[in-house]
Ligand binder design. Structure first.
Ligand code: URA
Ligand code: SF4
Length: 220
């Protein structure tokens, strides 16, 4: 059945005064803020250190993440962990999440083909990201690719234009008022899936690691 109305958004499922990421995660399990919950297996919430210095924001869970209920556990996640390691970032400093928390796909036979989330899904899901930030109070947010960039910095964001540079936050954000975090920085880079798809994987991978080295130095 086609979805004709604008999504109601996640806000009504977000607890008013959450005390922990676990509390947010349990609440997000029931979210019906947009239609993506209808066909996906489960909400895939962020995970990592409760006082992470660095928060990584990806796009949305993929097929494997949707089945396992954890972010970045498939091929893109494996590549990202390798890049984090090569960049010298301590995994104990990390929290990893996605801009959209349900898997959007199109069924094709027995396969489920990834579809990019649309602007309405990004907007609908944004309250979860905002509340994750409010609890974690990270020093640095690493934006992985265009979807995360649009969710955090607005629709005109382009990865290619700003990758690898530390940017002030929330001055650059579209809705600075809803990220109650002071003195936070942002850094954009390509999505690890873009490395997996690249013709010249080695160069793309090196670019990702170079960007992440900037992140490592920023929190050292
Ligand atoms: N790609 C993402 O953006 N997020 C995941 O969790 C997995 C793949
Ligand atoms: Fe809620 Fe986000 Fe899932 Fe939509 S994608 S149902 S807003 S958790």
């Amino acid at each position: 059945m086609p979805w004709t109305e604008a999504p109601v958004g996640a806000q009504r499922w977000v607890p008013p005064h959450p005390r922990s990421i676990d509390e947010l995660k349990s609440a997000a399990a029931d979210c019906q803020g947009c239609e993506l919950h209808q066909n996906a297996t489960q909400t895939v919430f962020g995970r990592g250190a409760p006082h992470a210095k660095i928060v990584f924001v990806g796009e949305q869970p993929g097929d494997i993440e949707d089945r396992q209920g954890l972010p970045f556990v498939g091929p893109a996640g494996r590549l990202l962990r390798e890049a984090v390691d090569d960049a010298g970032i301590d995994p104990a400093d990390l929290y990893i999440t996605n801009a959209v928390k349900h898997f959007r796909f199109e069924p094709r036979g027995t396969r489920r083909i990834h579809q990019n989330p649309g602007p309405a899904h990004i907007t609908a899901c944004r309250p979860w990201l905002v509340s994750e930030f409010a609890l974690l109070k990270p020093e640095l947010v690493v934006i992985l690719g265009a979807t995360a960039g649009k969710a955090l910095l607005g629709p005109s964001f382009r990865v290619t234009r700003s990758r690898g540079q530390l940017m002030p936050w929330p001055a650059s954000a579209q809705h600075p008022e809803d990220f109650p975090v002071a003195e936070i920085q942002a850094l954009a880079t390509i999505h690890p899936s873009a490395v997996l798809r690249a013709d010249d994987r080695e160069t793309a991978y090196r670019g990702l690691v170079d960007d992440l080295r900037v992140a490592a130095a920023a929190v050292a």
